[in-house]
Design a protein around this ligand. Structure first.
Ligand SMILES: C[S@@+](CC[C@H](N)C(=O)[O-])C[C@H]1O[C@@H](n2cnc3c(N)ncnc32)[C@H](O)[C@@H]1O
Length: 220
C-alpha cells in the first residue's frame, strides 16, 4: 500500500509536532491540537509552560495531562465529528476543548466542583459550546445522557468501572488508563455483541487515580 509522506510544516506549533512525533496522524486530531490554546486551560502561574509537552499542575492536587498523550488517546477514539462523547475527569478542560472540536456533543464529569467551574469558564472564554461539564463521580458514568459513542477516561482505575461499559454503544470506543499503580496502561476498548472487548494497549502511563465515592470539598 502506498502511504503519503508525513507533512511537517516548518511553522508547525510545538504541541502539534509533539503529537505527530507520538504517532498521531489523524489530521482532525492534529488540527484540534493546533486550534486549542493550552494557555487558556492552565492556571496563570503555569501559562509560561503551556506550550511544553508535559503535564502541569492545575490545583486540588491534580494535573492536566501531557498533550501528546491526550492526542494519542483521542486519536484512538477514531471520532468523525458526529459522536456523543463522554469525558471522565475534566480538570481545567483542555482535553474537553479538544473533544469539542472532534465530536458532535460532549459531556464531561469532574469530581472537584472548583475544577469544574474553572473548566466551564475556560471553555466559555474560548467560545466552545456543545460541551456540558457536570460535577459528579465519573466511575458511575452519566446515565442520564447515555449511551455514548465514545468515552475517554483521564484518571486511572485498577479495573475499569463496569458502569462505563454499560453506557457505551455497540461498536463505540472507550480509552482509559487501567491497572495497579506503577503498572498502568492506556487501553482501547469497544463493545462487540454486547461485550466489552479490549482492542489495543497503547502505552504504559502514570495517571492520577480515578477516585470513586463521595465528592471532595475543594481546598483551592
Ligand atoms: C489527569 S486530570 C485531568 C485531565 C484533563 N482531562 C486534561 O485536560 O488534562 C484527571 C482528573 O480526573 C478527576 N477525577 C478523578 N476521579 C474522578 C471521578 N471519579 N469522577 C470524575 N473526575 C475524577 C480529577 O479530579 C482530575 O481533575
Amino acid at each position: 500500500m502506498h502511504t503519503a509522506p508525513m507533512r511537517r510544516s516548518r511553522s508547525e506549533p510545538h504541541l502539534v509536532a509533539a503529537a505527530r512525533a507520538a504517532g498521531v496522524n489523524d489530521p482532525r486530531v492534529l488540527d484540534a491540537v493546533a486550534a486549542v490554546p493550552r494557555e487558556s486551560f492552565v492556571p496563570a502561574h503555569a501559562r509560561a509552560e503551556a506550550q511544553r509537552d508535559r503535564p502541569l499542575p492545575i490545583g486540588s492536587g491534580q494535573t492536566t495531562s501531557q498533550p501528546s498523550l491526550i492526542a494519542r488517546m483521542l486519536a484512538a477514539l477514531e471520532l468523525t465529528g458526529q459522536e456523543r462523547a463522554l469525558e471522565i475527569g475534566t480538570g481545567h478542560g483542555y482535553q474537553t476543548a479538544l473533544l469539542a472540536h472532534l465530536a458532535g456533543e460532549v459531556w464531561s464529569i469532574e469530581r472537584y466542583a472548583g475544577l469544574a467551574a474553572q473548566a466551564r469558564a475556560n471553555l466559555a472564554a474560548t467560545g466552545l459550546d456543545r460541551v456540558e461539564v457536570v460535577v459528579g463521580d465519573g466511575t458511575r458514568g452519566l446515565a442520564a445522557h447515555a449511551p455514548f459513542d465514545a468515552i475517554v477516561v483521564s484518571a486511572a482505575a485498577r479495573e475499569l468501572p463496569a458502569m462505563l461499559a454499560d453506557q457505551l454503544v455497540e461498536d463505540g470506543r472507550m480509552v482509559a488508563p487501567v491497572g495497579p499503580e506503577g503498572m498502568q496502561q492506556v487501553v482501547v476498548y469497544t463493545v462487540r455483541q454486547g461485550t466489552l472487548t479490549e482492542l489495543e494497549r497503547l502505552t504504559p502511563v502514570r495517571f492520577v487515580p480515578l477516585v470513586a465515592g463521595p465528592l471532595p470539598v475543594d481546598t483551592d
